[in-house]
Design a protein around this ligand. Structure first.
Ligand SMILES: Nc1ncnc2c1ncn2[C@@H]1O[C@H](COP(=O)(O)OP(=O)(O)OP(=O)(O)O)[C@@H](O)[C@H]1O
Ligand SMILES: [Mg+2]
Length: 501
């Protein structure tokens, strides 16, 4: 692809290229760098949400473990109270009478065992106690238990038993289960508190403690309370996660909307800057082209008339040798046309408005290119909207612009094809649409973005001004021109003109 300035007329190419250099992307970068604080705010918001979420998990763990601690402390105090009460009842109701009656305590005697069992069960009835176990003081053996299978077992007391023997009441928690156990099908959570207190003789005067005779173990089943705490923990996690998720979604929506708005603004500003730069460049270019074209026109006229005289003279002196001079005449005619086109592009155009039947103007242009269409084996399909009527435009300029697009379409269809031309009156927007579709060479994205720039051409004998002039004309009418194209499939140019300027 070449972007050439018509060297044939000897223009200073470098100068023009300088003018044609697109607006620097530095400004774009400056504008985009304005987005940086927004990006920072975005990352800060998402990071803080993440931090709050992690903090919430810790908070839920802290609250539930605190609740569990409080529950265990209260249960332990209650359990110790129960055990001490049991200590008194067993000593008074069983130990004293048994020693008086049998001389010593021997729980292997079923009568003694049953009596102790009766007292323990009476004392703990309706108190939601899981089990009561009494250990011997001399060896770690279960002397009595409400759980029959434990009676007579050795070394089941553990460290807590040893500690209680030294006179210190203490507890052990046996629990299992987490929030994961709340899922259906998972085993239930359970928690048992085992409290060990020394089993003492009861003295009438409370001033001194009685001798330790064994250890009483009371097991409280706290599964329900423990399950309630686990549920509380799950609820905190669930609620905070849901709140975080909602916050996250809201933030996401806000951020993406804000992002889109900011992107749009940047794009708009970039476009405006681009348009401004283009306008400035075109103004410079226009002045330069007008000056140079003007300077070229007169010598070109002299060269042409001189060459024409030469043709006549050579015909007389040496007939048959005049073709060299004829080439000069043909080329000066071509250069003159190019110069005229340059001048047209550079000169500010004044619109000469009048009501025009668009369909008629389109048909005239199509009639003009008809021989070309036939010669190139191009089939024409038209669909002209009869409702279009007349609109106020500059007929000559419109004709020129429309013809430029037609000529391009024909040139793009080297092996023939179909040229579709449509007009349409759009009531809702108060505009008219004119589309020119060819199934010729088409364009890739890069080319498509260049074609409206002046002097962009890939044709050997093109100036690259056709579409630039057409765009100028359409924009002077407050309209727009767009193109859709696919390489090797064809292009569609659409002109939109307001009914009223
Ligand atoms: N219908 C089309 N199909 C494919 N390419 C096209 C079509 N119309 C325009 N182009 C491309 O756009 C370029 C610019 O077109 P433009 O009319 O401005 O200049 P040109 O046709 O090259 O020269 P001229 O000034 O003689 O019209 C063309 O060189 C061509 O590459
Ligand atoms: Mg053209």
């Amino acid at each position: 692809m070449t972007q050439k300035f018509v060297n044939d007329v000897g223009f200073v190419v470098n100068k023009v290229e300088d003018i044609l250099v697109p607006a620097t992307s530095k400004n774009g970068r400056d504008l985009r760098s304005g987005l940086l604080p927004f990006q920072l705010v975005k990352y800060f918001s998402f990071t803080s949400l993440g931090v709050i979420l992690i903090f919430t998990f810790f908070l839920s763990w802290f609250i539930s473990s605190n609740a569990r601690e409080v529950m265990l402390q209260q249960s332990e105090a209650y359990s110790i109270l129960l055990a001490e009460n049991l200590n008194q009842q067993v000593f008074r109701g069983f130990v004293l009478p048994t020693v008086v009656r049998y001389g010593k305590i021997a729980l292997s005697n079923p009568e003694q065992f049953e009596r102790l069992d009766l007292i323990v069960r009476n004392a703990t009835a309706s108190m939601q106690i899981g089990a009561v176990t009494i250990y011997d003081s001399t060896i770690n053996i279960v002397s009595y238990s409400t759980n029959d299978t434990l009676v007579g077992k050795k070394n089941v007391g553990g460290l807590e038993y040893e500690k209680a023997l030294t006179g210190v009441a203490n507890s052990q928690i046996v629990s299992s289960g987490t929030v994961l156990n709340l899922f259906p099908g998972a085993p239930e959570v359970h928690c048992r508190l085992k409290t060990f207190i020394p089993f003492r003789q009861v003295r009438e005067d409370a001033s001194s403690e009685g001798q330790i005779m064994g250890v009483i173990e009371i097991t409280l089943d706290l599964s329900k309370a423990y399950a309630a705490i686990v549920q509380l923990q799950a609820r905190i996690i669930l609620v905070s996660s849901s709140v975080m998720a909602i916050l996250f979604l809201v933030l996401l929506v806000i951020v993406s909307r804000a992002g889109k708005i900011m992107d749009r603004r940047v794009e708009e500003r970039l476009l405006l800057e681009q348009q401004l730069n283009d306008a400035q460049r075109l103004a410079h270019l226009g002045t330069m082209v007008a000056t140079v074209s003007h300077e070229i026109k007169s010598p070109l006229g002299i060269v042409r008339s001189t060459a024409e005289i030469l043709v006549k003279r050579i015909k007389k002196i040496a007939p048959g040798n005049e073709n060299l001079a004829e080439i000069i005449v043909a080329e000066t005619v071509r250069l003159n046309n190019i110069v005229l086109e340059f001048l047209d592009f550079a000169r500010p155009q004044e619109l000469k408005l009048s009501p025009v039947d668009i369909n008629r103007s389109v048909e005239q242009a199509l009639l003009f290119v008809d021989p070309e269409l036939n010669g190139k084996n191009i089939r024409l399909e038209t669909k002209l909207d009869p409702d279009i009527g007349q609109i106020v435009i500059d007929p000559d300029l419109f004709y020129r612009g429309f013809l430029n697009i037609l000529v391009n379409a024909i040139q793009a269809m080297l092996d023939g094809g179909v040229l579709r031309v449509q007009t349409h009156n759009d009531e809702s927007s108060g505009s008219i649409f004119i589309s020119i579709q060819d199934n010729g060479a088409g364009m890739d994205e890069e080319k498509k973005n260049q074609i409206f720039k002046p002097f962009f051409t890939d044709k050997n004998r093109g100036t690259g001004l056709g579409l630039a002039i057409t765009k100028n004309i359409i924009e002077q009418h407050h309209g727009s021109i767009t193109v859709r194209s696919k390489e090797n499939e064809g292009s569609t140019f659409t002109i939109i003109l307001p009914r009223k300027i």
